[in-house]
Ligand binder design. Sequence first.
Ligand code: HEC
Ligand code: HEC
Length: 297
Amino acid sequence: MSTNDTHDAAGHEIDGHTGVSTTGHVWDGIKELNNPLPRWWLWTFYITIVWAIGYAFAYPSIPLLNGATTGFLGWHSRTAVVESMDDLQVSRGALMQKLANTPLDQIESQPELLAFARAAGSAAFANNCAPCHGSGAQGSPGYPNLNANRWLWGGKLDQIYQTIAHGARSGDDKGHQGEMPAFGKTGLLTAPQIEQVSNYVRSLSGLKTESPAEVTAGAKVFADNCAPCHGANGKGNISMGSANLTTKVWLYGSDLTTIENGVNNGHGGVMPYWEGRLDPTTIKALAVYVHTLGGGQ
Ligand code: HEC
Ligand code: HEC
């Protein structure tokens, strides 16, 4: 205690250096001065109290047994979510409407509509098409890869739409019809002829063959039996869904046995029709989605 210390009215000691009274707390000889709080701090503190009380009345705040006090503004987190969902529905509904009203060939030139159609198409694809075509539309034996630029029934937007809406060998009269005959089973071709023509088919896409003689003989069998559908050059015909045999993309497989089995037993993959099962706007979205996967023409 310094000599010039005195006491205030409440009996607290007054610090001689600053002239401020102390609280009476002393630690290791250090005395705590009883300074008032800064005015700005105090006001901020009072304002937060007023704010908290106001907030507690305005919004749901005090927990009760079944929920909380409601607040006079009537705000509710659930209502807020419902409202933003409504907003989403409205904007989505508007784009849905636009998609429905826009002709198929004018969708892809409008970026916003294209993005919307692709998203809607992708969702519908996952639900309806992925079980057969794979989640990435990559296909599997018998189920075409829709990313590849090799189309049985055509890769233009309207052709894709037609295939999705009406299918292939689907039982829909408007769908694609016709199949590849079972040349072996029906006795149209002998086993050696089937082997020859299958070698020739492999040669069309540059795959290894058993012998040049087989290929030469197979070319003759092909011209006589296969060309009407697959074309003299083997490039196929989309009006019949007869596969282009000159690419390296295969529906059923490229090994000799697979080709021989196909010529022996015939082919006729079934793609279901979707008109009447999915609404026309969804089918549009699906057509755009498939068309823009990478193989579209
Ligand atoms: C039950 C299995 C199955 C389901 C489900 C299915 N597809 Fe297919 N899809 C096929 C088969 C099989 C083919 C090949 C038909 C053929 O061999 O000619 C095909 C062919 C196609 C083609 C033509 C490919 C080409 O090369 O021309 C398109 C496009 C297509 N499907 C799109 C779809 C879409 C979109 C959906 C969903 C709405 C769908 N598919 C659902 C089995 C299915
Ligand atoms: C009446 C028309 C028709 C004739 C004739 C025909 N095909 Fe086909 N061929 C098709 C069709 C249609 C397909 C596709 C089948 C499907 O989608 O399931 C096909 C598919 C194939 C495939 C499968 C291709 C792949 O990607 O896996 C091979 C191989 C083939 N044909 C070879 C032949 C050979 C060889 C002959 C002659 C001996 C022949 N075809 C005669 C219509 C025909």
